[in-house]
Design a protein around this ligand. Structure first.
Ligand code: URA
Length: 436
């Protein structure tokens, strides 16, 4: 069985070279074993020599270049299988019910969403370097999107010296060359990031490896937020933070505290500005949130946005999160239907909610629906009885219970729906007054 060892998690060139040789030599997908080497590559793979070329649809190449950046150990084999099948004459891209194609689309979509998310969420710290400014940012990407994003930012802002540090590695641009080096797990705050930078940066240039191999995919043509401007959108808190208490592998993106990570696309963490005084807590990400990687962006999120706007709350000023950070669902045909999380899942994820609460220290917690209320108050809550009446919790924080916006989506009768919506907006108006 040929073993192909790639030079890194995003070794597009290596994967493509091996794939070409293997397909031309008619090595079937089930005979190939793919691996990733973490240390320096000394030799090459023993690749069979094949004759002539073959054609792979351009769209498949584009999707493959994205999916290759997914944090999924099976992706190399999946992509090879698809290329193999295309070369065998199958019109793989036109199939409507194909597990491989479905997986390819999901991975490509998730990578694309994460690349975008990283660019909008990255905050940079201005550190001095030989009387120049260098902008250093830390982020824990759900997928291997560091290299492609660093290339993109370097192209767009060639004069800006920047470093992006992630748990997978760091990318450093010096105005002429992009280099990749070691990463870091997390920083408690900006001062810790600055200290890390001071301690490492001399070594970084010695040890960094040059170059990057991710091709330009169509999805990467969106303009990143220039690092030297203030954040336009929400800002991610440095949540995977306390190295004293958290294991490296326990960052939210890699959380294995309950089984929901097995089926969800990614962890969906809360988001909002660092100084937010109010934290809105929902239940768990839905289908769209799971793919995009941000809370409350689907239908319930749109309902929440609309009600907030009517109540005079600017969503960009509050922190929005969920009691559970992974999407729980059951398959009905091709559809993923929401399933409510159960007590052990809520309990397991309470850890992350507590991390968010400790780091943000909001004055007010808005608990939307039974799951959020139960997660925070640690007791069953009857929403109808407790909604709209703010109260202090044991730690002095103010809590406010209201309905979950997706409850409004489910009310079948239009008049009742309108009444419930008005009641929700009234609750949010109270929240706005409590925020003042
Ligand atoms: N429902 C939630 O509780 N949270 C989301 O993020 C989306 C839908």
């Amino acid at each position: 069985m040929p073993q192909i060892t790639l030079d890194g998690q995003t070794d597009w060139h290596g994967w493509r070279t091996a794939t070409r040789a293997l397909v031309l030599s008619k090595v079937p997908p089930e005979d190939v074993h793919w691996a990733v080497r973490s240390d320096a590559h000394d030799g090459g793979n023993e690749l069979p020599a094949g004759a002539n070329g073959f054609h792979v649809p351009r769209t498949l190449v584009t999707l493959a270049s994205l999916a290759l950046q997914a944090r999924d150990p099976q992706r190399f084999a999946l992509l090879y299988r698809l290329v193999w099948r295309a070369n065998e004459g199958e019109k793989v891209l036109q199939l409507t019910d194909d597990t491989d194609l479905h997986r390819l689309h999901r991975l490509a979509y998730a990578v694309r969403a994460e690349a975008h998310r990283m660019r909008t969420m990255l905050r940079f710290l201005d550190v001095e370097e030989n009387s120049n400014h260098r902008f250093v940012g830390w982020y824990a990407p759900a997928h291997y999107v560091l290299e492609a994003n660093a290339q993109l930012i370097a192209r767009r802002f060639p004069n800006l010296l920047f470093s992006i540090v992630t748990p997978d590695g760091g990318a450093h641009w010096n105005g002429a060359e992009l280099r990749f080096g070691e990463g870091a797990d997390a920083f408690v705050d900006d001062a810790a990031l600055a200290r890390w930078w001071q301690a490492h940066h001399a070594r970084l240039w010695r040890e960094a490896r040059a170059g990057a191999s991710i091709p330009e995919a169509e999805s990467l043509d969106e303009a990143p937020r220039p690092p030297d401007r203030p954040a336009l959108g929400p800002v991610v808190l440095p949540v995977h933070a306390d190295p004293q208490t958290l294991e490296a592998t326990d960052s939210a993106a890699a959380c294995r505290r309950c089984p929901l990570h097995q089926t969800a696309t990614q962890t969906v963490f809360g988001e909002g500005p660092e100084g937010a005084s109010v934290m809105f807590v929902g239940e768990q990400p839905g289908d769209q949130e799971d793919v995009i990687g941000r809370p409350f962006v689907g239908p319930a999120g749109q309902m929440l946005d609309r009600a907030m706007e009517e109540a005079g709350i600017d969503r960009r000023t509050v922190y929005v999160t969920n009691a559970v950070k992974h999407f729980k669902f059951t398959m009905r045909g091709k559809r993923r239907l929401h399933q409510s999380p159960e007590a052990p899942e809520i309990q397991a994820c309470r850890f992350w909610l507590d991390v968010e609460r400790v780091q943000l220290r909001p004055k007010l917690l808005v608990l939307m629906g039974g799951t959020a209320a139960r997660a925070v108050l640690a007791r069953p809550v009857t929403i109808g009885r407790e909604r709209g009446r703010p109260f202090h919790m044991a730690d002095g924080q103010l809590a406010f219970v209201t309905v979950h916006p997706s409850f409004l989506l489910r009310v079948p009768d239009e008049d009742a729906k309108a009444r419930e919506y008005r009641a929700f907006v009234r609750d949010l108006q109270q929240v706005r007054m409590l925020m003042a």
